[in-house]
Design a protein around this ligand. Structure first.
Ligand SMILES: Nc1ncnc2c1ncn2[C@@H]1O[C@H](COP(=O)(O)OP(=O)(O)OP(=O)(O)O)[C@@H](O)[C@H]1O
Ligand SMILES: [Mg+2]
Length: 256
């Protein structure tokens, strides 16, 4: 579903991704772990098309609703319309724009670019309430400006409400577990499973790339594969046991 081949990218003239290859099939969850500064967030930004992250080589294809696409050739909003969702390590605050307004705009922009009718106010609100309930997030939170004054955990849960509303085919979640309390971790883990692991009979299926430093989220969202990203490339791939070994023994012992 996502195929990354020999991807190289630089930020501010500094090479960060140095020949990264990764293939994710529909129905799979892949976890990416790795030391600070290895290039994990850079990978998610490059996939999302964030300005300033320059691809210098390699290719990325994604199976969207309309077939296989050359992801790197698309504008960021076109990537989103093709079913890509990015969960940010540090969600941004947008003063002056209420979360419901933002979510409705995002949902309808995607629908428009797919040639679908925008959601009516009533239909959108019903959807937003359903997803907020899934994340156990009070609807009153969504009336506030986007992320302004939200606690770390509230930002992450609100971001998962957004994912539920957009219903992407492929999600890259960058440290979605950071800042979550013990109960919220379970709520978010269950929500990721509900949103991303449900069967999509008509579409190409769904898949998730989970960037994380710890095993804890993987107890809920069980990965099929675990990769270690170090020095800008995948240096080791294993099953779920790899995350446990890393946690016990550290990167130097396991992925040297
Ligand atoms: N705008 C920038 N200018 C210079 N260097 C940058 C810039 N953005 C990122 N980098 C560098 O790129 C490297 C990779 O950063 P990245 O955020 O991808 O790491 P990461 O693997 O996500 O780390 P962490 O686990 O700490 O989140 C780091 O050394 C970082 O300092
Ligand atoms: Mg990061």
């Amino acid at each position: 579903m996502l195929q990354i081949d020999n991807l190289t990218a630089e930020v501010a003239g500094k090479p960060i991704l140095k020949g990264l290859s990764l293939a994710v099939n529909a129905g799979e969850v892949h976890a990416i772990m790795g030391p600070n500064g290895a290039g994990k967030s850079t990978l998610s930004y490059v996939l999302g098309g964030r300005p300033g992250y320059e691809v210098t080589g390699g290719s990325v294809t994604l199976d969207g609703p309309e077939g296989q696409i050359d992801l790197l050739a698309l504008e960021p909003h076109e990537r989103a319309a093709a079913g890509l969702f990015l969960g940010f390590q540090h969600p941004v605050e947008i003063p002056g724009v209420s979360f419901v307004q933002f979510l409705r705009e995002a949902a309808n922009a995607q629908r428009r670019s797919r040639g679908e009718e925008p959601l009516s106010g009533g239909a959108f609100l019903k959807l937003a309430k359903e997803k907020a309930a899934l994340l156990k997030l009070d609807m009153d939170m969504l009336k506030r400006p986007v992320n302004v004054g939200f606690s770390g955990g509230e930002k992450k849960r609100a971001e998962m409400v957004q994912m539920g509303i957009l219903d992407p085919g492929f999600a890259v979640l960058d440290e979605t577990d950071s800042g979550l309390d013990i109960d919220a971790l379970r709520v978010v883990g269950d929500a990721i499973n509900t949103i991303m692991r449900q069967k999509d009979e008509n579409g190409p299926g769904k898949a998730v790339l989970l960037i994380t430093h710890y095993q804890r989220l993987l107890d809920y969202v069980k990965p099929d594969f675990v990769h270690v990203l170090a020095g800008g490339r995948i240096v080791k791939t294993g099953g779920p046991e790899l995350a446990l070994n890393l946690e016990k023994e550290g990167y130097e012992a396991v992925a040297a």
